[in-house]
Design a protein around this ligand. Structure first.
Ligand code: AMP
Length: 418
């Protein structure tokens, strides 16, 4: 089993083959990852800040400087190539950097995201990073520049040199490193300035203050992300009630296609007329209509923290539609829940409901609905099971009790996202 960068996404054997083949295009775009590059002159505090950030946001830390020093310590061929340049305060070649960084990234696809320190350090390396991100089906989310004036960098590095044991923390080499920074590294900012991911923080402040400036940027980025839940379960398992209650508790938009279609019929809208015609002829509502209503919902829902889908996707075709719709809106499925209720209890509940409503008013109808679910929707759940840890929840018991179980799972899911 191979894990993608998304902890919940496990690749099938076939996808695994594709994943290991750099020329194949694997259609899992992982927008749940958080990839950050810390930028700034030597002595800006990138290493110090990284220590805190990797713990708080559970990121995989990649410091090209550390990786190079390890190569040197291990006396590898790469290390031997790098050592003279590093001790002279010059940058090592992009070729060397690609080799060390590619190994590290591709060996850690299960990471929540990467924190880069000291990379990209040249304009070319900005392209290299872009390529590596594409290879991992993700992208760089933030480039945070820690701004400090040159004299402060020098002072800090000299101080560090008293105890760091680094060959390059002495006055002559520090000056050379700063020249390299100005000539080769600063142009990297031009690469990112217009991409909307570049941010600057004031690195002259004390460590905790800089940390909070950076955390604020990351939290803002994370809060833009939607938490999307698919809620599965047989008819009668309580999806509707729990879906609505979850939406309310977690600030999500509840999307239930059945209800939206009913509303369209009542409104007598153009879509409503098509739906009614389909219903009258006992046909399924065409997918193009379903796509349209969901697309409208996604577009018109502002200031929501995410969506909760019930009754959709109902078929394999619709599951592909949903993947496409979410991707179009730069988001993805965050969690899949399945309410479990034994068949006999489902029948008892549906029979009870049938007494007061237009549906489920005969045994034949109830059986038909349950069978329909088994035929069409079970394969959808199976499809997702290959890539997700679907959370099964015991749906038996009083509503409040079941809801607390459901809500606890969602709460944990949201927490684990980071
Ligand atoms: P750092 O630990 O980031 O201060 O890096 C120490 C030294 O490692 C630099 O002065 C360079 O010689 C080398 N180095 C680190 N990262 C890179 C990189 N991305 N590109 C080229 N050289 C690098």
């Amino acid at each position: 089993m191979y894990f993608t960068a998304h902890p919940e996404i496990r690749l099938s054997a076939n996808q695994e083959k594709q994943y290991n083949n750099p020329y194949s295009v694997l259609l899992i775009i992982d927008i749940s990852m958080l990839n950050i590059a810390l930028f700034g002159p030597p002595g800006a505090g990138k290493g110090t800040q990284s220590e805190f950030l990797i713990n708080k946001y559970k990121l995989f830390y990649i410091s090209t400087g550390d990786l190079l020093r390890k190569e040197i310590a291990n006396k590898t061929k790469l290390g031997q190539e790098a050592v003279s340049l590093m001790s002279a305060g010059q940058l090592v070649s992009d070729e060397i950097i690609v080799q060390i960084i590619e190994n590290t990234i591709t060996q850690n696809p299960q990471a929540n995201g990467f924190l880069f320190d000291g990379f990209p350090r040249t304009y070319v390396q900005a392209y290299i990073l872009q390529g590596l991100m594409i290879k991992l089906h993700t992208s760089l989310n933030l480039l945070i520049s820690i701004h400090v004036p040159e004299e402060l960098s020098v002072q800090r590095l000299l101080k560090r040199g008293e105890s760091s044991g680094r060959l390059d923390d002495n006055d002559t080499v520090i000056r050379k490193r700063l020249v390299e920074y100005h000539e080769k590294t600063l142009p990297v900012l031009d690469f990112y300035r217009n991409q909307g991911i570049f941010h600057e923080v004031d690195g002259t402040k004390e460590v905790a203050n800089v940390t909070s400036q950076i955390s604020q940027l990351i939290d803002d980025e994370l809060s833009k992300r939607l938490y999307n839940i698919l809620l599965f379960g047989y008819p009668g398992s309580g999806r509707g009630q729990h879906g609505r209650a979850l939406a309310q508790r977690f600030g999500l938009e509840y999307i239930t296609t059945g209800k939206i279609l009913e509303t369209e019929i009542m409104r007598g809208s153009k879509i409503g007329k098509r739906v009614q015609a389909a219903y009258e002829q006992g046909q399924l509502v065409p997918d193009e209509v379903v796509v349209q209503i969901i697309e409208e919902k996604l577009e018109n829902s502002k200031d929501v923290k995410g969506f909760i889908f019930k009754g959709f996707p109902r078929t394999l075709v619709q599951s592909y539609i949903l993947d496409g719709l979410l991707q179009k809106h730069d988001t993805n499925i965050s969690q899949i829940l399945e309410l479990e209720v034994p068949p006999l209890d489902l029948i008892i509940r549906l029979d009870e409901r049938g007494k007061s409503g237009p549906y489920d008013n005969s045994t034949a109808n109830i059986v038909k609905r349950l069978k329909e679910h088994e035929l069409k929707t079970s394969p959808v759940i199976e499809k997702y099971r290959q890539n997700f840890d679907i959370v099964k929840i015991n749906g038996l018991g009083p509503f409040e009790e079941v809801f607390e179980r459901v809500a606890a799972e969602v709460e944990m899911g949201i927490k684990n996202k980071r």
